[in-house]
Each structure stands twice: as structure tokens, then as C-alpha cells.
Design a protein around this ligand. Structure first.
Ligand SMILES: [Zn+2]
Length: 207
């Protein structure tokens, strides 16, 4: 294993985890200010990834993070009290000094989701291909639930190099997507979820 990937094997703060036994805490409110500026939809061989343009922010801990991209895992990577969901969306944000915060949104079977529909329609079948989003318009807020109640812990990227000190915030309310949408994503990525990792001594906080 190369040094670059070392964390994946020996890191003690890895993601994903089963979200269970949370400690009640007073967590700061999440302020999500996502605009309507998204550049492209890409099939990168690991997932379907939407690149964000400027003007999409997450404000938490009195810091203003820029949204860099969002992407999807099938099935969900995080479990909620042992339960796995059909999909999970990761909104990856960065601060100027490269600190990373990821919001995880669990996706459950239900009604068709318009933003996910647009992403699925644009997503190239061939790995390595990318298409520009017409007019860079995508109502990404459809991929957020009504409530921003969340569970927080310190973890890692779930793909190599599995870098740690990632600030994870998993929303407790899932969003709905249709059975047909789940099947279409599964046709591209039958399983692109990393298995759950040991918690070790990390606190998992819930507001
Ligand atoms: Zn991810």
C-alpha cells in the first residue's frame, strides 16, 4: 500500500460509520445557501459527480465553506441505527485552508426527485465523460430535506486517500427518490459504497 493510501488501512477516524448511540449536544445550526449555479455532471468511474459553480455556501461554526461538488453512493455509506438506505448524496465543502466539511443526505424510496432526475438524465453512461449543465441551472435544493437536524462526527473521505479530519454532518431526515431513479443509478453503479468502519473512541453528536 502506498503511503498516500495508508490512512485507508490504518486510520482510526475513518468513514462511513453506523450512526448509533449519539450523544445529545447543542450543535450550531446549519445555514445552507445553495444558489442555482452548477457547471457539469460527470461519470468519473467511481460515481456521478456534479461540479458546483461559485455562489454555493454552507455556514457552520461561524465559517463559510464553499460547495465544491456533490456525488452519490448506491447503497448508502452511512447507516442510521443499522439501517442502510438506497442512496446517499454527499455535498463536499471546503474552507480556504482546505478544511473539508461534508453534508450527507440519505435517500429513500418515495416520490420522484426533480433535481436527481436532471442529474440522471445528464449523467454519461461512459466513465470518464462529462457534460455541461445547460445554462448551469440545477435546483440542487430539491436534494435537501425540509429539516436540517443532523448528526456530527469527525471522519474521513470514503475513497482513497481516505484523508481524515473531515467534518461529517449527516442529516437525519431522508429525501425521497423514486424506485425508477434508484434503478437507473444502480445500472451505472451497482455498488459504490465503502463498508462501515470501526468507530473507535470518537464521539458522535446529535442536536
Ligand atoms: Zn462520497
Amino acid at each position: 500500500m502506498s503511503a498516500e493510501y495508508r490512512n485507508c488501512g490504518v486510520g482510526l477516524n475513518q468513514s462511513p460509520i453506523d450512526l448509533n448511540h449519539e450523544i445529545k449536544a447543542s450543535l450550531p445550526q446549519l445555514e445552507i445557501e445553495y444558489g442555482n449555479n452548477f457547471v457539469s455532471v460527470e461519470n468519473n468511474g467511481h460515481t456521478v459527480l456534479v461540479t458546483a459553480g461559485k455562489g454555493n455556501h454552507l455556514i457552520v461554526d461561524e465559517e463559510r465553506y464553499d460547495l465544491i461538488q456533490c456525488h452519490f453512493h448506491h447503497p448508502s455509506e452511512h447507516l442510521l441505527k443499522g439501517e442502510q438506505f438506497p442512496l446517499e448524496c454527499h455535498f463536499v465543502h471546503r474552507l480556504a485552508d482546505n478544511e473539508i466539511a461534508v453534508i450527507g443526505v440519505l435517500m429513500k424510496k418515495g416520490r420522484r426527485n426533480d433535481a436527481f432526475e436532471k442529474i440522471l438524465t445528464l449523467a454519461p453512461e461512459e466513465a470518464g465523460e462529462k457534460v455541461e449543465i445547460p445554462d448551469h441551472r440545477l435546483a440542487i435544493k430539491d436534494l435537501l430535506p425540509n429539516t436540517l437536524h443532523y448528526i456530527r462526527y469527525s471522519g474521513s473521505l470514503t475513497t482513497p486517500p481516505c484523508s481524515e479530519a473531515v467534518n461529517w454532518m449527516i442529516l437525519v431526515e431522508a429525501v425521497e427518490i423514486s424506485v425508477d431513479q434508484i434503478a437507473r443509478f444502480a445500472a451505472l453503479y451497482p455498488n459504490n459504497a465503502r463498508p462501515i468502519q470501526p468507530l473507535h473512541h470518537r464521539p458522535v453528536l446529535e442536536n
